[in-house]
Design a protein around this ligand. Structure first.
Ligand code: AGP
Length: 585
């Protein structure tokens, strides 16, 4: 993953530090910065979150050139040696890199044979060592021509005040005006600083100074790169909340209301008027929570009479399926930058499928590359665990399935049908917090359900393990007795999900089997358990209203994971080993 940023202008240390803070969601194992002034490099590096770099920085208001990096470790441990920027052998050139160089072993062996020495273990340092001295566009091109893999690269040469760059499969944007230049992995870094920016495409490389920008592709200069307007950003603070995760869960309801308002105002037929008809199959594709949203939506498309399947983006090349020109492939991604999902899109484009994306970042690579993008408009999601964006994905897919079934129906029909679904009661956080505390000592937590509830269970388990580091798994309740029941003892706690009256008795039987072996069972239910309540150790009732009642269950599971993490002393916004945007395969 990693986030990179480069800057030419006044107060470079401050601008780059502020930029790194915005990029921190892309990785927070370590951070580094190199500033060039009067032909001299000054480098700062620090282990841990971006804030740890601040105390080391010597802030200077004068003009300077700099590059900076926040790391999510891929190759090599978290150490100062492996922290970017990386230098060539005579220390005249340095670079920051986002991506993975797949052939770095071969390149490194060759460099070692040629007498180059290495101080660290990263693939990025290998790229730095491929440069001698004297950076030119030609040299950048000849180095990147030898790279296999993904990269967004920013490079500095001691002898000039330009920033050189190259991009393949990892995002890179440029903005400039008369006084300053910025290059970064995320265009939101430009907000409130620049009016517009340029999005670099794969295979492009070049250099930029205060006076000039040169972009090349296949040895030819690009004359008029497309310019996009920057947003005015709203300051995103925590408000009354202690963590972004809790704040973002709390925003779910307003996100869904906003979506309804949008569909209502624009008219569903208008919004989708350019979407072709006649698809023979819907293929939902995503990773992690986005994939889980796809699994839920698969049921909506099947109910709408459409042949549908859901595929993990990282598995698409290895599974059997018949994606072709009659397929509607739906790419689900909060960040719009997930490398596995982007790669899956290339796979589907090659098979001539129609690509529709569902992203929360309108300028993201996935949104740009698709034929049609649906903007989730869930607002910035800062916490690593996806919450409001996941629920918004499920919701927009519900609407899309409705549209594909009823191409000629009016928006009013839809609004009438769904309004009640999101008019749900607020969930009593205190109860959930109480359960989190009560079952905190469990050594194993697992989620069960039947039908669509088993898919919700999957998301519940993912949320819990990613932020609390507790071993958690999920399975359809009927599967327990076929193996996993062997894990159960008095240290195991099960969260049973039930949104369908018809499954309650089956869930209750599984609960009895678990409790007979010493395990505890909490029921999260939107249906009244009646006498079956006795089969569970605790019951959390969630108000039900219509088909979209899963919203309540989703929120309850997200809050449960949140409170378990807090009580275990974990930071739910920045869990260990993870990053918000997964831009490596
Ligand atoms: C969600 O809580 C996870 N952090 C993760 O599974 C995420 O959903 C996945 O990496 C996909 O990200 P995307 O939606 O940005 O593509």
């Amino acid at each position: 993953m990693c986030g990179i940023i480069g800057y030419i202008g006044k107060t470079p240390e401050k601008v780059l530090f502020d930029g790194l803070k915005k990029l921190e969601y892309r990785g927070y194992d370590c951070a580094g910065m190199t500033i060039l002034r009067a032909g001299k490099f000054t480098t700062y590096k620090s282990i841990g979150k971006v804030d740890s770099l601040k105390e080391k920085l010597f802030f200077n208001d004068s003009l300077g050139v700099g590059i900076a990096h926040t790391r999510w470790a891929t190759h090599g441990k978290v150490s100062i040696e492996n922290c970017h920027p990386h230098f060539n052998n005579d220390l005249s050139i340095c670079l920051v890199h986002n991506g993975i160089i797949e052939n770095f072993h071969v390149l490194k062996d060759d460099l070692v044979k040629r007498g180059k020495s290495f101080y660290g273990e990263t693939d990025s340092e290998v790229v730095a060592k491929m440069f001698e001295h004297g950076l030119t566009i030609k040299k950048v091109k000849s180095v990147v021509d030898n790279l296999t893999g993904s990269y967004a690269l920013l490079m500095l040469d001691k002898t000039c005040n330009d920033i050189y760059f190259a991009k393949n499969k990892n995002p890179l944007y440029i903005a400039f005006d008369d006084e300053k230049v910025m290059l970064t992995s995320d265009s939101s870094c430009f907000n409130d600083i620049f009016d517009s920016f340029i999005t670099l495409e794969d295979g492009q490389y070049g250099k930029v100074s205060l006076n000039e920008l040169e972009i090349y592709q296949d040895d030819k200069k690009i004359d008029r790169p497309k310019v996009t307007k920057c947003f005015k950003s709203k300051a995103i603070g925590l408000g009354k909340y202690s963590h972004f995760m809790l704040k973002e869960i709390g925003e779910t309801k307003s996100v869904l209301r906003k979506a309804i308002k949008f569909y209502n105002a624009r008219g569903i037929k208008n919004i989708f008027k350019n979407l072709p008809c006649g698809f023979e199959k819907v293929v939902l594709i995503g990773c992690g929570s986005a994939y889980n949203a796809g699994l839920i939506a698969k049921g909506y498309f099947i109910d709408a009479g459409l042949n549908s399947e859901c595929i993990l983006a990282s598995e698409i090349e290895y599974e059997s399926h018949d994606i072709n020109e009659k397929s509607l492939c739906i790419f689900i991604s909060q960040s719009g930058e997930t490398q596995d999902t982007l790669k899956a899109m290339d796979f589907c484009v090659k098979r001539k499928a129609y690509c529709l994306s569902l992203t929360n970042v309108v300028h993201s690579s996935i949104a740009r590359k698709s034929h049609f993008n649906i903007d989730l408009s869930a607002g910035c999601e800062r916490a690593v665990a996806s919450t409001k964006a996941y629920t918004a994905q499920v919701f927009h897919l519900y609407i899309l399935a409705f549209l594909l079934k009823n191409r000629n129906s009016q928006i009013e029909d839809l609004v009438k049908e769904i309004k009640e679904y999101i008019d749900f009661e607020n969930i009593e956080a205190k109860n959930i917090e109480h359960f989190a505390k009560k079952y905190l000592k469990s050594r194993l937590l697992f989620f069960i359900g039947k039908g669509k509830d088993s898919i919700l269970a999957r998301e519940g388990a993912l949320k819990l393990k990613e932020i609390s580091y507790l071993p958690a798994f999920d399975l359809p309740s009927g599967e327990l007795k076929h193996g996993s029941i062997a894990l159960i003892d008095k240290f195991a706690t099960c969260i049973a999900i039930c949104s369908q009256a018809k499954t309650l008795s089956k869930i209750a039987s599984s609960a009895e089997e678990i409790r007979a072996r010493g395990g505890k069972v909490i029921l999260f239910s939107s249906v009244d358990a009646g006498e079956l309540e006795d089969c569970f150790d605790d019951v959390l009732y969630l108000k039900s209203s219509g088909k979209f009642d899963i919203v309540n269950l989703i929120i309850a599971m997200q809050k449960f994971a949140y409170f378990v993490a807090i009580k275990r002393g974990c930071n739910p916004d920045m869990p260990r080993n993870l990053a918000k945007s997964v831009t490596v395969e």
